[in-house]
Design a protein around this ligand. Structure first.
Ligand code: SAM
Length: 269
């Protein structure tokens, strides 16, 4: 217990019982759930989750933490620890291997890679029932932002196309050891049915959103010119003079579909 937290692994261990209880009751684990925790650390969330669900799989990168965690969990339930970088963990394969339709993910995430982890989860959304994550408060605000907001961007659109995004509550720095320099918040993500993309290819959506927000001060005609000309943008029912931050997630889906249809047309047509 109480190993020296490693900054390079984004280790800020939760110690405030009230927030731990609040997170666990938001998850409301049940014995039939397949729970997967990202970054169990010393077990602040792992042990109460394990007590509630009886079994849990946890993915931890730092091998130094694993023996202690295993020892603390032994009397509580069946803990499987995967020592790995979560970005390399195939959630879909885990669900298949265990014959469960969908996983329930949870974690007080390492903030230095929170966006890559979120995008990784979105790629596996079909194998996930829900996710409860502690993140930097500012990241949660970006995830939940609406069109027109200053913080609405790539993360908002990609997350909202894949999931319902529900910010739950904020957590102050003092709840962690050591306290992070930023405020934190817990968010619930519930993957939407796959048809939320209306058959658009996710890679095309990603390309259009990336280009549109890559130059967010420019009009779409300018920002998207490598992908779509003004006529094509109009065909998606979008104004080429608009800026990315004013578009709803569904507008990007229509742009991606037009982009996909152009890619299929033989060159020169
Ligand atoms: N869940 C614990 C808690 O709430 O006290 C620890 C949370 S701490 C913010 C983040 C945890 O993620 C650490 O245990 C860290 O070692 C682990 N971690 C960092 N990078 C990781 C990665 N790429 N894959 C898996 N775990 C990682």
């Amino acid at each position: 217990m109480n190993a020296r937290p490693k900054k390079s692994f984004g280790q800020h261990f939760l110690h405030d019982r009230r927030y731990i209880d609040w997170i666990v009751s938001s998850i409301a684990p049940r014995a039939e759930d397949f729970l997967l925790e990202i970054g169990p650390g010393e077990g602040a969330l792992t042990l109460p989750l394990l007590a509630a669900a009886g079994k849990l799989t946890a993915v931890e990168l730092d091998s130094d933490l694993i023996p202690g965690l295993r020892a603390r969990a032994a009397a509580i339930g069946e803990l499987t620890i995967v020592q790995a970088d979560v970005l390399k963990v195939d959630f879909t394969a885990i669900a298949h291997r265990h014959g469960v339709p969908r996983l329930r993910l949870a974690g007080n995430l390492p903030y230095y890679i929170s966006s890559p982890i979120l995008f990784h989860c979105v790629e596996h959304a079909a194998a996930i029932r829900d996710m409860h994550f502690m993140l930097q408060k500012e990241v949660v605000e970006r995830m939940a932002a609406e069109p027109g907001s200053k913080v609405y961007g790539r993360l908002s659109v990609m997350l909202q196309l894949a999931c319902r995004v529900e910010p739950l509550f904020e957590v102050p720095p003092e709840a962690f050891r050591p306290p992070p320099k930023v405020e934190s918040a817990v968010v619930r993500l519930t993957p939407l049915a796959a048809d939320a993309l209306h058959d658009a290819d996710p890679r095309h959506v990603y390309a259009v959103v990336k280009a549109a927000f890559g130059q967010r001060r420019k009009t779409l005609a300018n920002a998207l010119k490598q992908l779509l000309d003004s006529d094509a943008i109009r065909r998606a029912d979008v104004d080429p003079k608009a800026r990315a931050e004013t578009l709803a997630p569904a507008d990007f889906v229509r742009l991606a579909k037009v982009y996909g249809s152009l890619l299929q047309e033989p060159a020169g047509q």
